[in-house]
Ligand binder design. Sequence first.
Ligand SMILES: [Zn+2]
Length: 378
Amino acid sequence: MKKTGCAMLLAVLFLCLLFACGGETPAAAPSPSPEPTKEAAIPTEESIDVAPTPASATALPTVPTLPPELITPEPTPEPTPLPVTDPVITLVGGEELTVTADFTFTDPGCSANDWRQNDLTDRVRVSGEVVSYLVGTYDLTYTVTDDDGRTTKAVRRVSVVPAEFPEIVMPPEKTVYLTFDDGPCGNTATLLDVLKKYDAKATFFVVGNKKRTDMIKRAYEEGHSIGVHTYTHVYKSLYKNEQAFFEDFLKTQEVIREATGSYTRIFRFPGGSANTASRVNKGIMTRLTKIMEDMGYRYFDWNVTGGDSGSGATTESIKKRVISGLKTHTDFAIVLQHDIHMNSVRAVESILKWGTEHGYTFRALDLTSPYVHSNVQN
Ligand SMILES: [Zn+2]
């Protein structure tokens, strides 16, 4: 009886304990868990906060965080203020510029900006002038004003210097430079044939408005020199002033370039440098002879003439006059003739024949050739 009572008491205790532990029996089959969704698998901040931190020995110590109102934000650095300065002008090519004398001068320009780095280049005003063809020193002043009324000036000094010529090379043998002015024209073809026959070279100082680029081209391709004479050959207009002369000269240069593909550096003044036709503008020949050489163009006068422009000139008189001149200029002779006069063209073969027999060489002029300059008479 006592044994049975104890056993019943133990059984009751066991059941009570079992019930207190959740009523699960070891034999109970685990209920299948639903497949965890992806979303559910990622713990949210909330779930992390809510979950009790197990007070186990492996838990990391929590770092106390300050409430937001007590956190001092990092100070944003103040932008460095730009220094307020006058506008700045930068001269392209620098403050000192050296250029060779020429028909025109091109200002290489400048750039300008204010202290805010705004581009003020379009506001720059330039005062002063460079006379591009006159050797000398010139100042150009660049001025710019910003929106606040600050003004800056910059000065550029431009030095116009004379061109340099190559050294003159004296030909080693007796040399004749035949030159023909005022063409080319129909006669020029005959002349070129004769020159070719004697393997002689010559120089043609051409008139631009004749527009005989075909003849200029042929002469050039056959090894003769081409020089500027004039475009119009009208003394009164081309010697009116420097600009008029330049315009006439440059128009002829264009005709030559069209015919030969390049400009020339040699020329002959209409009437020669000692002409008196230019007295429409007193002193212009003194000025032009210097200016043109400063710009690198060599002019050639002559020391022998065929006298072929005179009304009484004949082929025989021209031939005699030229040969007589060659006899007195045995170092070198620059002979003036005109291919617009057929009498003069006809005299050329006799001159070539005589010269060849007497040891002369017939050459074309270039910048290294010896030259003749007459005394200017204005
Ligand atoms: Zn002429």
